[in-house]
Design a protein around this ligand. Structure first.
Ligand SMILES: [Zn+2]
Length: 400
């Protein structure tokens, strides 16, 4: 404000505030806190301050007011060894649904906007099931779960669906090369009509990455790569705190990096893709000549934990190649953390050891070895939990 003539140049200008401006500012700041809690799940007050750019004192004041009004709940916790207050959105009677369509299973999670799981169920599906069968099964299971917990469909904010296939976000169709050939060309709109609820879709690995930074223990990490190793191999990326989709929505297709020259034909059409040598299907096939071969990923895990020599050898070959592919990822993106997800996570170090070695040897010297690699603590729930997080983020919960 410029001093007008006749006033002493150093006199304090009188600022006339409209009576509502303090309230408006408080409401805007409160909205920033609500948006952060919906997008990221429960956060400590310090994390809220960092994410909203508000001061710790402002966050604390607003959280107190919101807690008194029943809008948020708080809980004492520790963060990096220090006492902290965890803040989460209070239950408003609305729920978000996460659905994970696997190759042989379907998992549904029902969650509140405060990221509490209300209900969760997983069912087996026949191998090679058609999209219509998957949608029908999901629809029936979801109705049953909602009814069991006294929830009406109007309480559902939205559904986040994970599919183990690249999805062209421009056209809303499953891209060729999908691990579920029966789903190729399926219009995702059909799935929405089948469920009769607003649906958001994503690739399963993208949802795994989202779950790690919302439901998982890695909420403060800004650059994270989630790599799912299952019958397919794919990666989900969180860059600068946000999911990264690329130009078509088809990012993270690291399973189709060619790691064997003139190798086996991949379902994508190329030869020697990482998936052809390091997926769980490739591992089962590599072990099929054994006297007592494994017939499922659960049996690979069982044998690996028993230190069965042929299983350990197959895990080492696959792990080194996965680590090699991750070396390129580390060189390109320099993530703080790589999280390995999928059905093999219970193997722990038997799987991580060779992956770390491959990453160390193929990443830039110093970088590969410095990049942390862990297994997901969410296990096979990650994708469905990520689906629920996506539904919360895309819903209009922030306005209700
Ligand atoms: Zn391929």
């Amino acid at each position: 404000m410029r001093a007008t003539s006749g006033q002493h140049p150093h006199s304090t200008p009188r600022i006339v505030r409209s009576p509502g401006s303090q309230t408006a500012l408080r409401e805007r700041n409160q909205q920033r806190i609500i948006d952060s809690l919906l997008d990221n799940g429960p956060l400590t007050q310090a994390e809220l301050a960092r994410r909203t750019g508000l001061s710790a004192a402002t966050v604390s004041n607003i959280v107190n007011v919101m807690a008194d009004a029943g809008m948020v709940g708080t809980q004492r916790t520790t963060s990096s060894g220090r006492r902290a207050l965890l803040v989460r959105m209070a239950d408003n009677g609305k729920v978000a649904i996460g659905i994970d369509f696997g190759r042989r299973h379907l998992r549904i999670v029902v969650a509140t906007v405060g990221y509490w799981v209300v209900a969760e169920e997983s069912v087996e599906l026949p191998f090679g099931y058609r999209a219509e069968v998957g949608v029908d099964t999901a629809s029936k299971l979801l109705s049953r779960l909602l009814e069991k917990h006294g929830l009406v469909p109007s309480a559902v904010l939205g559904v986040g669906v994970g599919i183990p296939a690249p999805i062209d976000q421009r056209t809303g169709t499953v891209v060729h090369g999908a691990i579920l050939p029966e789903w190729v060309g399926m219009r995702l709109k059909d799935l929405e009509d089948g469920l009769g609820l607003p649906v958001s879709f994503d690739n399963d690995a993208n949802l795994g990455a989202l779950a790690e930074v919302t439901w998982g223990p890695h909420g403060s990490i800004e650059n994270l790569v989630f790599m799912k190793i299952g019958s397919g191999i794919g990666a989900g990326l969180i860059l600068n705190g946000k999911p990264f989709y690329g130009s078509l929505g088809v990012s993270g297709e690291i399973g189709h990096e060619i790691v064997v020259e003139n190798g086996e034909r991949c379902h994508c059409g190329n030869n020697g893709c990482l998936e052809t040598v390091a997926s769980t299907s490739a591992m089962l096939s590599a072990l099929s000549g054994q006297a007592d071969p494994p017939h499922s990923t659960a049996e690979i895990v069982r044998d690996g934990l028993r230190h069965d020599a042929p299983t350990i050898e197959v895990l080492e070959v696959a792990g080194l190649l996965i680590g090699r592919a991750l070396g390129s990822v580390a060189n390109l993106l320099n993530p703080e953390l790589i999280v390995i997800g999928g059905p093999l996570t219970a193997l722990g170090d038997a799987l991580l050891g060779p992956i770390r070695a491959g990453l160390r040897d193929h990443g830039m010297p110093g970088l590969g070895g410095a990049t942390r690699v862990v297994v997901s603590s969410l296990g096979e729930r990650a994708e469905a939990l990520g689906g629920a997080a996506l539904a919360i983020q895309r819903s209009d919960a922030r306005n209700s």
